[in-house]
Design a protein around this ligand. Structure first.
Ligand code: FES
Length: 149
């Protein structure tokens, strides 16, 4: 039986990624692709909400260092991501499920490839499971044992 394909949400900055391409063409190749104005506009709540709503991974594609149209939005985004890693780990979410990549690809041809690579990483990790879900499984298994199952 084929494993379920991981759900990767990809936020990509319109100034650095795919601005020469037709958005419909990229969207046809990348299921959960969300073009944005700047990675600096991505609040951590957007990322946490993506995980809460079923994402197995989140990928941010921002402009290269020194090339953000909002001065340092990309650098601020990277700082936020670095802080978020420890929060995610404390919730049982592996840091490999969140990635930021600062570069540029005007035609957006590498977007599907980068999402695919992230999807491969997540496939190896398996579906997203928080500490809470693991605890619930443990409690269910323990109750099952107590009930002789
Ligand atoms: Fe592209 Fe800021 S404008 S990351």
């Amino acid at each position: 039986m084929k494993e379920k394909e991981p759900k990767v949400v990809c936020f990509s900055c319109r100034f650095g990624w795919g601005y020469l391409a037709k958005e419909e063409e990229i969207a046809a190749q990348v299921k959960n692709w969300i073009p944005i104005i700047c990675t600096g506009k991505i609040d951590t709540t957007y990322i946490l909400n993506a995980f809460r709503q079923g994402a197995d991974g989140v990928l941010l594609l921002g402009c290269p260092e020194g090339d953000c149209h909002y001065q340092d939005g990309n650098i601020e985004a990277r700082k936020r991501i670095n802080l978020l890693y420890s929060v995610l780990e404390s919730c049982g979410i592996e840091s490999d499920r969140l990635r930021i990549y600062l570069a540029t690809d005007p035609e957006g041809k590498t977007i599907p490839q980068l999402v695919g690579e992230m999807s491969d990483t997540i496939s190896r990790l398996g579906p997203l499971r928080t500490h809470r879900a693991r605890q619930d499984d443990f409690i269910s298994a323990k109750k099952g044992k107590e009930n002789g199952r």
